[in-house]
Design a protein around this ligand. Sequence first.
Ligand SMILES: [Zn+2]
Length: 417
Amino acid sequence: MKQVIRKAFKFKLNPNSDQAQKMVEFAGANRFVWNKALAKNLTLLEYKKPILWYQEMNFWLGLWKKSNEYGFLKQAHSQSLQQTLKQLERAFKNGFDKKQPLKRIPRFKRKGQKDSFSYPQGFKLDGNSVFLPKIGWVKYRSSRKVVGELKNCTVSRRGKHWYVSVQVEYEAEIPRHSANSIIGLDLGVKRFITLSDGSYIEPINSFKKLEKKLAFAQRRLSKKVKFSSNWKKQKQRIARLHEKIANVRLDFLHKTSTSISKNHAMIVVEDLKVRNMSKSAKGNIDKPGKNVKPKSGLNKSILDQGWGMFVQMLEYKQNWFGGDVLRVDPRHTSQTCPKCQNISRANRKTQSAFACTECGFKANADLVGALNVLARGHRVLACGVETLVSTLKQEPVGSSDTRPLLNGLKLLGIPVL
Ligand SMILES: [Zn+2]
C-alpha cells in the first residue's frame, strides 16, 4: 500500500541586497493587498452585506493594479498577490466555520510582523539556490536534500533574515510497525502523560524555571518607561525567553512522542476537540451553563497547545513507523470505574485518587483515565472498520487519506471486515 506524503523544507535564504530589497517590496505589496481587501470586507460586514470572495477580490486587485495610486502592485508577482487573496478567503471561511471555535475573523497585517509572500508555481530549485519569479536565483543554506514534487513555496522574514519554505509531495510505501501493542494515554496537568501500562511522564522542570523567569521579566518591563531604550531592551529579553520556552517545549514533545510512537503500533488518545468543547460548555458554579473560558494563565495555555501539538506529532510519527493513532470520546474517562463501569463523580476522591463507590477499585486517577481511553479504543476497534473511518475526519497535518489503518488493525491481529 502506498500513500502520498506532504512535507515542507525550510531554508535560510542568502539574498544579495537587490534581492532583499525586492523581498521587502513584495512582502509589502502582499500585505497591502491583504489589508485593502480585508478592509473592504470588514466594511461590508459592518453594513451587513455579503462579503467579497476570491473572484471578486481578484477583480478589485486588477483595478488597483491599473490605478495610478496603487500601480506599485504591478512590480510584485501577480500569482503571489492572488495567493494572498486566496489565503484571505480561507481565513474568512475559517472565521465563519462554527466547527473551528478558535478561529477568528482575519486581522490586519502590520509591517515587520510575519512579512511573507507565496508562489503557487513558477519557482525552481537547484541544490543550493531557489528561483523566485521576478526576483531571480537566490542562494540558500542547504541543510537537506529536497525530494518530491514541488507544490508551492513561501518566502518569509523572521527578524533580520529571510527564509524559504518549500512544500513537496511524494508517494511512499507504508512501513510496517515493529511493535504490535496498543496503548491508551491520559493527558494531564500534574503528569503530562499517563500510559495505560502504568508508566507516566512528568512535565519538564526546566520549563517551570523559565516560566518564573518570564514572569519576573514581565514585571520588570511594567516598571520601565514605555518605549524607552531600557524598555526596548527588556522587551527583547522577553522575546528571547519566549523563544527559549518554545524550543524547550518542542524538544520535550518530540522526544516524548518519538519514544511512545516507536514502542506502540496503536495509540489511543482522548479527542481533544471534543474534550475542550464539552469542558467549556459545562460552565462552573459562578456562571452555570455559559461558555466559560478555560482557566487562563500561561501554564494552562502552554499545556493546551502542548497536548494538541503532541497528538499531531504522534499522528505523523505513527505514519512514519506504520502505526496509527485513534481518537476516542473523552467524556467521563476520569469518573468511570475500569473494573465495574460504574460512572460517578464520587469515584474521584481527590485530584489524583480514584476509588470506586461500587466495587472499591482503587488506582491513581490519571491511570484510570488512561485505562478507560484504552478500553474505548478496544471497543472502537472491535466494532470494525466502519466506526474507525469516522475517526479519520480529523486529518493530521502532512498525511493523505490513505492512512495505514487496515495495516494497523492487522498488526494488532484484529480481523478486518
Ligand atoms: Zn467499580
